[in-house]
Design a protein around this ligand. Structure first.
Ligand SMILES: [Mg+2]
Length: 488
């Protein structure tokens, strides 16, 4: 389905924020952090995680997303079989941590969904662990255009390892809420589930949501149980300041502070928080160090989320997600970083100087080679050229030259061209994620407000295969201006 740029940002945030919660909580698993303990993405914990490393929660969510991204119907048949096979593939990677129930099912390496469900049914004892809820977020992305399909898929995938109606309902409730948050930007889908669920299901969950909103973590401290895990996540979301997008890190920290199965409760909360606030609300410091099975980092989570939304349909409605990040462009992970260069290509002040410093001598050498060969007169205003990214966390630098601002001549088209020709070049390189600074807004004197409007207009109307465009703002005020322009 076709999403607007806000919806794209929110869809992009689902896996990213869930993984961020997971990696944040990983270092505190089975503990109850004291009030003065800082909550940071430190790794460690009982399984000796690396800082920023996500755990089984995200790994299993990615196993689902990998299948949904190819367009399989994950409710039944070959699609559900493929999800089961991905679970076994992950199990075979010998993960450091795995829930008891999931382990009991997957250790038999059941071939196909029916065999896996049968194995789950045959387990005895308590069967309503939080292990199916923790991985349900990508299901929402796969069924944004189909409310009933979303509920059916949530329940079917839960049943692969968790033969319990409460676990299935929890997955339905949360997946329904994530879907609603991506589409509408509110948390109303949590209560909205009670309106679409059977009467007895609504009667069961309604008071539990009340308790989460009015209680404390001590009221639902057994959060290895799916019910208490959902309540802890909902408590974290509803008990923290939600006046701006810092709600996302605040609520994840609260989920971890609640203690117990911290990586899982924060992963669950993260799926919904990311759907509400978007990828742009995930702090850059977290995004930089996020990583985990199967060898993925933050840009992969964004790409996979968008591929899950598209469900294998490579249609003309392919969407470019636009997000806003405040910070240093040289620290942003993207396939291509755009440099606001000058025509000489030999470095300068502002962003240009910072990119050359961070990229190292390889970048300058590549630019000198261009000057000595194809660009003896330098790069024209509005044009773009690519080089290595040297030491930057990117594959390419795309150098483009914005126009100087003029009070006597309208140079808007040249400024637009700096953006659109950079994106065209990114397409030809195969770059799927691209980060732009605000071009011409520094020494070239473009009024910031105008520079923002041209940037947003150029990027939102461009025809490109790039999945994610990150607009990097150097201060809060610029970030706010860009966000405002994007909502117009
Ligand atoms: Mg875990």
């Amino acid at each position: 389905m076709k999403l607007n740029s806000q919806q794209c940002d929110r869809a992009s945030g689902v896996l990213l924020a869930s993984a961020a919660g997971d990696a944040l909580g990983a270092g505190y698993e089975f503990t109850y952090p004291a009030a003065q303990t800082p909550i940071e993405m430190i790794g460690g914990g009982p399984f000796h995680w690396e800082p920023g490393e996500w755990t089984d929660d995200t790994a299993m969510a990615l196993a689902i997303a990998e299948v949904a991204a190819t367009g399989g119907d994950i409710r039944r048949g070959a699609g559900l079989d493929a999800v089961a096979a991905q679970f076994v593939r992950w199990f075979d990677s010998k993960p450091k941590d795995i829930g008891n129930q999931t382990s009991a099912v997957l250790s038999a390496r059941p071939a196909g969904a029916a065999a896996m469900q049968a194995r789950a049914r045959a387990l005895t004892g308590r069967k309503a662990g939080n292990g199916s809820l923790m991985r349900t977020a990508p299901v929402a992305l796969a069924y944004l255009d189909d409310e009933k399909g979303c509920l059916d898929a949530a329940s079917a995938i839960s049943s692969l390892t968790h033969d319990d109606p409460t676990a299935a309902q929890a997955c339905q409730l949360w997946t329904h809420a994530i879907r609603h948050a991506v589409l509408h930007g509110t948390f109303d889908g949590v209560r909205g589930y009670l309106k679409v669920a059977a009467a007895d299901v609504a009667e069961f969950w309604g008071p539990l949501l009340d308790q989460a909103e009015n209680g404390t973590p001590a009221d639902f401290s057994n959060n290895g149980w799916v019910v208490h895990a959902l309540q802890t996540a909902w408590w974290a979301i509803t008990s923290t300041d939600d006046s701006d997008d810092r709600h996302l890190p605040r609520a994840l920290e609260a989920a971890v502070r609640a203690g117990g199965d911290t990586d899982t409760t924060a992963a669950i909360a993260g799926g919904l928080l990311g759907a509400r606030w978007g990828a742009s609300a995930v702090p850059a410091g977290w995004r930089r160090i996020l990583h985990g099975w199967p060898g993925h980092t933050a840009p992969d989570l964004v790409r996979l989320a968008m591929e899950t939304v598209r469900g294998g349909r490579d249609d003309d409605q392919a969407t470019t997600s636009i997000r806003v990040v405040r910070g240093d462009i040289t620290a942003v992970h993207a396939d291509a970083i755009i440099n606001a260069a000058n025509s000489s290509l030999l470095g300068g002040g502002g962003v240009d100087g910072a990119i050359h410093r961070a990229g190292g001598p390889a970048v300058l050498d590549a630019c000198k080679t261009l000057r000595a060969t194809t660009l003896p007169d330098g790069l024209a205003v509005g044009a773009a050229v690519a080089t290595t990214a040297g030491n930057l966390p990117a594959q390419w630098i795309i150098h483009t030259v914005g126009p100087r601002h003029s009070t006597t001549e309208d140079r808007t088209d040249l400024l637009r061209s700096a953006y659109t020709r950079s994106l065209t070049l990114a397409d030809s390189l195969g770059a799927r994620t691209v980060a732009f600074p605000l071009i011409s807004a520094g020494a070239y004197g473009w009024p910031r407000h105008d520079a923002v409007n041209v940037a947003v207009d150029a990027v939102t109307t461009a025809t490109t295969d790039v999945d994610v465009v990150t607009l990097v703002a150097y201060d809060d005020e610029t970030a706010t201006l860009i966000r405002r322009a994007l909502t117009r």
